[in-house]
Design a protein around this ligand. Structure first.
Ligand code: PLP
Length: 460
């Protein structure tokens, strides 16, 4: 697929070279034109692609391990073109056109979450970690001495960023299903500055109850930051009937939101995004730089970002992808996401019907955690690890999974037939992330490979 786009790239380079937009031939050979440079280039290239071939086959449905999704070929094309100009979206001086594209995609993303694009503020970042850092930094500007709360399932970046910012970070349970749970939560909110709510946790893809915690936070004067780095784009499917829409319907009420286009937005790495409902937080970014903003009085993105230089190519790639696929419920973009959700549901129901495997929980998004059935937690952990290694080593019949650790006490409460001597231990189970629509058709084969692996291991 990438290969088919090369004529378009050639068309760009022909035109760009005529206009002096890209580097002249032999520039990097240090002026020594001739075959020597080509031979060296080819030799290094051969060594390089030999190394690249040692990567896992991320683009195949058999790769259902970590959160890795191939970028859309259109994103690659736009990235390659923009990167050959190498614009810098820090300032309009360095990235005039790609900065405009960034402003346009930010309007699209703000619209997607229900923010008023005219009254909100946002920009792309190099990833979700920096985007979350910015949101917590703004939270600290507003509530300098108050702690940040997040659940045990929150991405580790929140506690790390609290330490970077010198803020106190505290774990809190958002289980409001009982009166006691709600009372505990209300008490935890007292004196807190910000609550982080994760839509699509990194471990299990769980959607935390934004709609339920919101009114309690408002009463207590606590700010809400939503970490939707993983799950943000699922808001396009909130009316699909595949998951509870309520947390996504409340998204527009959050004070800030992080979404990673390089997770589910079909973009190459580094493309994260942070959005603020109230554009006036832009005042915290104020700085006076004697060397950057000259070409216009219009907003330079560097005036509202913590990072300085940023790849204009990332904005170009996202802009191109949205132009091509759309960003609404009926778009092709949403269609590919839907198949990821369906793949996870199909896999979960296969597991439930199987005599060899158990399901940790019904998937809320496209991540499934599961385990080989066995009598005690150490056996489950051992079999899980063995399957993880064995499935990877089957040549064309391989599978690529990931491992996940769960508190043993909580696990045996849910599965009382499993025994455990020390409930403070952890049990290792299997985890699969279905980020590609092609997983949907692959589920029966995936089950076959899993069963075959378990048989190989238990036959030993
Ligand atoms: C991936 C992820 C992050 C971190 O984002 P990066 O882009 O990897 O820096 C933060 N929060 C959640 C929920 C994530 O899934």
């Amino acid at each position: 697929m990438y290969k088919q786009l090369i004529p378009l790239l050639e068309r760009w380079f022909e035109q760009a070279e005529l206009q002096g937009m890209t580097i002249p031939a032999r520039y990097h050979a240090g002026g020594q034109a001739g075959d020597a440079a080509d031979t060296e280039l080819q030799a290094v290239f051969e060594a390089f692609i030999a190394r690249m071939q040692a990567c896992y086959p991320f683009h195949q449905p058999a790769y259902a391990g970590q959160m890795l999704k191939p970028p859309h070929p259109a994103a690659w094309l736009a990235y390659a073109v923009a990167m050959s100009v190498n614009t810098n979206n820090h300032a309009l001086d360095g990235g005039p056109e790609t900065s405009q594209m960034e402003k346009e995609v930010i309007r699209d993303l703000a619209g997607m979450v229900g923010y008023d694009p005219g009254a909100s503020l946002g920009h792309l970042t190099s990833g979700g970690t920096v985007a979350n850092l910015e949101a917590l930094w703004v939270a600290r500007c507003l509530h300098p001495d108050k702690p940040v709360l997040f659940s045990e399932q929150a991405h580790y970046t929140h506690s790390r960023m609290c330490s970077v910012l010198g803020m106190e970070g505290r774990a809190v349970s958002m289980d409001l299903s009982s009166k006691e749970g709600e009372a505990r939560f209300r008490e935890a909110l007292q004196g807190a500055g910000t609550l982080v709510v994760t839509l699509g946790t990194t471990g299990t893809g769980t959607i935390e109850p934004l709609d339920k915690v919101l009114p309690l936070c408002r009463q207590a004067g606590v700010r809400i930051h939503v970490d939707a780095a993983y799950g943000g784009f699922f808001t396009l499917l909130k009316n699909s009937g595949l998951f509870n829409p309520a947390p996504f319907e409340a998204l527009w009420e959050a004070d800030s939101i992080v979404i990673d286009p390089h997770k589910h937005g079909l973009q190459p790495y580094g493309c994260g995004c942070v959005l603020f409902r109230d554009a006036s937080v832009g005042r915290f970014y104020k700085h006076d730089s004697p060397y950057t903003y000259f070409s216009s009085d219009e907003l330079h993105l560097g005036e509202i970002t913590l990072e300085c230089s940023r790849a204009g190519a990332a904005a170009a790639a996202l802009w191109f992808t949205i132009q091509l696929l759309g960003l609404h419920a009926e778009s092709r973009f949403a269609g590919t996401l839907k198949n990821c959700l369906l793949a996870a549901r199909s896999f979960a129901s296969e597991l439930q019907n199987s005599e060899a495997f158990g399901l940790l929980a019904q998937p809320e998004t496209d991540i499934v955690c599961y385990f080989p059935l066995a009598g005690d937690i150490s056996e489950i952990s051992r079999l899980s690890r063995d399957i993880f290694h064995d499935t990877m080593q089957q040549g064309q019949q391989s599978l690529f999974l990931s491992l996940y650790k769960v508190n043993a006490g909580a696990f045996v409460k849910q599965f009382p037939a499993v025994s455990c001597t020390d409930p403070s231990e952890q049990v290792t189970i299997l985890r699969s992330v279905f980020m590609k629509p092609e997983h949907l058709g692959f589920i029966p084969e995936m089950m076959r490979r899993l069963r075959a692996s378990l048989q190989r291991i238990t036959a030993q």
